[in-house]
Design a protein around this ligand. Structure first.
Ligand code: C5P
Length: 306
């Protein structure tokens, strides 16, 4: 149940992402890794409310899943987003943000990035800035590699460090089962281990044709077989139980399984809604992950809701 919206506030709903493919090149001089990835927005949402505050005041409160792990100082990505927008467009007032989280923190689902994107959309509406999507995307890219995708949603191919997006030709609605890890994984640590394990020496990374063809055809079985994440071996090394989670889901009939982003969330593709329900019940009973959630994708990016 979502709390009543204050009369002067703006509410934004923003989705989590999974990576259907994540191909990673050797680190660039700035330390970031060049990517070829397929982002897919799923129906697991954080909600953010922005309310007016006196000029110069930027605050955030956080509730819901993993709330105690989210910083509420100026390092919070939603606060950084609001401040950055204010620097660029000098609104007459500040903002009071409140976030209700459903996306686990450090789960490989871009939850922090989602909150940054939600803050951009909410503050732009609150301050009546009337911006083009391109203007928000430019600020989003400065804030983090996954923030632009949280603005656009859907299914999109990401390149650069993930911030350069083109929509993917994709058909169909997919049923996902997500297994959340007991504890988050640090993204820089997973990328670091990926390099130590040998990484990839020959840029540029590319996404397999099989996966793009499966999306174009709306073929869930073929998509399940082509899910692919270069960071998965590093995530499994840091969190060996994930191997058991992946195997259990496949044994229970998933069409495919992949660690999302830098993990530890594992995404399983099911062939139908009823198959997803069966899979989530069976996985929960195994007791090898913190919790299990179902979601569908693709869904749209950060949007004002009334
Ligand atoms: O861009 P973002 O702040 O989300 O990235 C978090 C960290 O993940 C970076 O500091 C970097 O260590 C790693 N990263 C990377 N290559 C990318 C994206 C992220 O090495 N393309």
């Amino acid at each position: 149940m979502v709390a009543a919206l204050p009369p002067t506030g703006v509410r934004v709903r923003v989705p989590a992402k999974i990576n259907l493919a994540l191909k990673v090149g050797p680190p660039r001089p700035d330390g970031f890794h060049p990517l070829a990835t397929v982002f897919h927005a799923i129906s697991l949402y954080d909600d953010l409310v922005a309310e007016p505050a006196p000029a110069g005041e930027f605050t955030v409160t956080v509730s819901g899943e993993d709330a105690e792990l989210v910083p509420t100082d100026d390092s919070n990505l939603a606060i950084r987003a609001a401040r950055r927008l204010a620097e660029a467009y000098a609104p007459a007032e500040g903002v009071r943000l409140s976030i209700k989280k459903a996306i686990p923190v450090a789960g490989g689902l871009a939850g922090g990035s989602a909150d940054g994107a939600a803050a951009l959309v909410a503050c732009a509406a609150l301050w009546a800035l009337d911006l083009e999507q391109e203007e928000l995307l430019a600020i989003a890219a400065e804030l983090g590699s996954d923030v632009p995708f949280a603005l656009v949603g859907g299914t999109a191919i990401g390149s650069g460090r993930g911030e350069q997006l083109v929509p993917a030709l994709a058909r169909g609605c997919y049923h996902w089962v997500l297994a959340f890890g007991t504890e988050g994984l640090s993204t820089p640590k997973v990328y670091g281990l990926y390099d130590e394990l040998g990484g990839r020496t020959a840029p540029p990374p590319t996404v397999a044709d099989e996966l793009m063809n499966a999306l174009r055809a709306g073929d869930a079985a073929a998509l399940g077989e082509s899910l692919d994440n270069d960071l998965q071996p590093a995530a499994l090394t840091l969190r060996p139980v994930l191997r058991r989670v992946l195997d259990a889901g496949l044994d229970f009939g998933a069409l495919g399984a992949v660690v999302s982003g830098s993990g530890p969330t594992v995404a399983f593709l099911a062939g139908s809604e009823s198959a997803a329900i069966e899979l989530s019940v069976a996985l929960s009973a195994e007791g090898i992950c913190r919790s299990v959630r179902r979601a569908v994708g693709p869904v749209h990016g950060a949007r004002v809701v009334t």
